[in-house]
Design a protein around this ligand. Sequence first.
Ligand code: APR
Length: 313
Amino acid sequence: MSRKITIIGAGQVGSTVAYALTLKQIASEIVIIDIIKEKAMGEAMDIRQGTPFIGPVYVHDGDYEDAKDSDIVVFTSGVGRKPGQSRLDLTQTNVDITKSVIPQITKAAPNALYVIVANPVDILTYQFVKTAGIPANRIFGTGTMLDTARFRARIAETYKVAQENVHGYVFGEHGDSSFVPWSLANIGSIPVDSFAKSYHGPKLPDFDKNDVEDYIRKSGGIIIAAKKCTNYAIGVTTATLCEALNYETDSVLTISSMLDGEYGIKDVCLSIPTIIGANGIKGRLEAPLTDSEIESLRHSAECLKDVIKQVNF
Ligand code: APR
């Protein structure tokens, strides 16, 4: 395998993505670019020096021209959320950073797949699609992949079943208007709602859907309040997305992309289950949702469109 991945931003998230990609051996070359060159150099050197115990991955820092021939570019440059700050508060700052990076990186790597991680991820993904001159099927955000992982982990924890037996997705904005379409959620093929009733075994704990959704929405904020950033779960989420891009076998992932009429929604980036593989997005799935779930998705789209109106791209 010969895959080159460039990461823009050597902060907590960018460097953890580089480390997760290295541990998973998803790339043969990883380039780290940051406006603070010394930071990129230090992170790359630190990760590279562990590679004799991992495998032949060449991790180094670089400038934009070093991104030439990248298969994937991961975008993590931006200011992180401060404790108590919402993702949308830092929108204009991160839009401005994105604006300055887009021409430089797209000139160097016009044929790459672009993975947007920086927040607000749905807005920055929209900005990329609208302004980068790269086909929309090659640009996507990590979206609600992490929220979906949190959802599966929470259900698995509650019912003490393996996470891989929990199926379901978080839809919408990666943020406050995200929601779980419970009509699609199941454990070992049994709808989550019927799971407890169908279970012949030790008594199961009570379970409240609102608590689960609250837990998903608040997790990022709780972690930031405790340790000032989130990096590990988003690092491995991003590496998993990059891994899916290595294969011709397509995956279903809740990544953020430009909707084109699904559920009557257009001209906004948000997450619904999306088919993705080596050439980027192949298609999106319009899963059968209940009327109120469709309403929630449209509400999420409206929240994002409100922000889009207020931002200067
Ligand atoms: N070009 C390149 N790198 C830049 C630029 C730029 N124009 N502006 C800022 N950076 C770099 C910073 O120098 C810093 O190293 O981006 C990095 C951001 O790192 P952190 O401040 O540690 O932020 P981090 O926690 O990594 O979060 C980055 O990812 O998950 C999201 O919400 C998070 O939007 C945030 C992003």
